[in-house]
Design a binder for this molecule. Structure first.
Ligand SMILES: NC(=O)C1=CN([C@@H]2O[C@H](COP(=O)(O)OP(=O)(O)OC[C@H]3O[C@@H](n4cnc5c(N)ncnc54)[C@H](O)[C@@H]3O)[C@@H](O)[C@H]2O)C=CC1
Length: 428
């Protein structure tokens, strides 16, 4: 049958009125009828509701853009491999979904609506299963990685070096989902802080968030010799191979990780482009990687590292640079100016990324040249964090439409448990 996207949107918007209740009903029904499926999901289901609604939202809102939807579902299908999701699990989820829609969209529910959702769900499953099967031919569902170094740079911050048990393909600027033994089935994404190396080692910068389960485990309860699980690399904050423009890298806190990977990739490529790395921190004490950045700067004349302190008094000195620029990163960027010929890459706390992208737009940089994984970062609240509402693709605010290869809409599944997409804070 041909699908009328309006029917899907209309019924889904009824569900959005009571997302918490609807998700509770959905999972209650799913687990009551299929108790064995509970083992695929994490202990705390809070963030799971967001994942479910995000995936359903994409199905409902993106029928008018079938290529985009198909690419999203293929990524979702591949990513569901690490949760142990099998083709035989999909019908049970579909039955619970239809039952939930029938209940929560009762006012607009009809035989036609049921047929439309059944067809849309079947088609989504086919795409996800086919993508997972293709992926299984070349990659494991996850990698076991040994912690070979744990460098505690501050009470709440560690730089971890990991050795995956097999080659984990990725591009500088991407991130990997991480699971610790302490929190089974809970995955959190971390940007890889180095370009691919011959020895396959990966470095992660981890700040323990106050309510961060995985980040707390990685910073405080992980030692060399421990192992973690890694999912496949994702993310679109990678270098544009067709560009030879100079680069502006804006990094807030541990948002330094992907910026550093990009610097390493440029250094390895030997392709000369001037790079300004604005490294934002609250105080001089928070510049946890400055020594290594200065080393890189001394090795590469094309690299200029500019520390920017937001909470430090004017002209704070820490023995490094007196009178360094200070203030919020977006303001400093505007003060410095002259970025319109650059490609920009922005990583860090979501509000900082959003404000920085807006500032760059004001300075004349086209959004196609401003790369970030903001939607992904925003989709990542800590397990107990606030839950943003699902938005139709392309309506994520001014910063949301930036990024290479469609990062604004290429929302990816980064969370724990099956069925849907993560909406957690990056690295929680
Ligand atoms: N690919 C990405 O986008 C990545 C994002 N992250 C995220 O970066 C964040 C880093 O956290 P921390 O190291 O604790 O950073 P932080 O909270 O110490 O802040 C770092 C910098 O961002 C600025 N900042 C913070 N909130 C801001 C706001 N509302 N408006 C403008 N500027 C703001 C601070 O002034 C400081 O300059 C985490 O949320 C992490 O999830 C981390 C790695 C990669």
């Amino acid at each position: 049958m041909s699908l009328d996207p309006r029917i899907l949107k209309e019924s889904f918007s009824r569900l959005e009125n009571e997302p918490g209740k609807a998700a509770g009903y959905f999972y209650g029904r799913l687990f009551a009828e299929n108790p064995r499926l509970r083992a695929l999901f994490p202990p705390a289901m809070g963030a799971q509701c967001d994942r479910l609604f995000h995936a359903l939202g994409r199905i409902a809102w993106s029928q008018d853009s079938p290529d985009e939807l198909s690419a999203y579902l293929a990524r979702l299908g591949r990513d569901h491999r690490r949760f142990g999701v099998l083709p035989e699990h999909y019908p049970a989820v579909g039955a619970a979904l239809i039952a939930t829609l029938r209940t929560f969209a009762a006012e607009v529910w009809s035989a036609e609506a049921e047929a439309a959702w059944s067809a849309a769900y079947r088609s989504a499953c086919d795409t996800m299963i086919a993508a997972a099967e293709r992926d299984a031919a070349t990659a494991p569902p996850w990698w076991v990685a040994e912690v070979v170094e744990h460098d505690r740079r501050a009470a709440d911050l560690a730089v971890l070096t990991l050795r995956p048990d097999a080659s984990l393909p990725y591009t500088a600027g991407q991130y990997v989902p991480v699971q610790t033994a302490r929190w089974p089935r809970v995955w959190r994404p971390y940007s890889i802080a180095n370009a691919p190396r011959p020895d396959g080692l990966l470095s992660l910068h981890v700040r323990a968030l106050p309510a961060g389960w995985v980040s707390g485990a990685l910073v405080r309860h992980t030692r060399p010799g421990d192992t973690v699980l890694l999912g496949p690399a994702m993310g679109t904050m990678t270098l544009d191979p067709d560009s030879d423009r100079d680069l502006l890298l804006v990094a807030g806190g541990t948002g330094l990780a992907p910026a550093k990977a990009l610097v390493e990739q440029l250094a390895a490529s030997g392709h000369r482009r001037d790079v300004h790395l604005l490294m934002g921190a609250r105080t001089a004490r928070d510049l946890y990687d400055l020594a290594d950045l200065r080393r890189l700067e001394s090795e590469h004349p094309w690299l200029k590292v500019v520390p920017v302190l937001s909470d430090a008094p004017d002209g704070e000195r820490d023995g490094d640079v007196p009178h360094r620029p200070h203030g919020p990163l977006p303001d400093v960027l505007e003060r410095l100016g002259g970025w319109d010929g650059h490609d920009a890459y922005v990583a860090g706390p979501a509000p900082m990324v959003r404000r920085t992208v807006t500032a760059l737009q004001r300075l004349g940089l086209p959004l196609t040249r401003v790369h970030h994984d903001l939607l992904r970062a925003e989709e990542i609240p800590s397990p107990d964090g606030p839950r943003p509402r699902v938005q139709p693709p392309g309506q994520a605010g001014s910063a949301g439409s930036a990024g290479s290869a469609g990062s604004a809409v290429s929302t990816v599944s980064t969370g724990s448990g099956g069925t849907g997409v993560a909406r957690q804070r990056h690295g929680g």
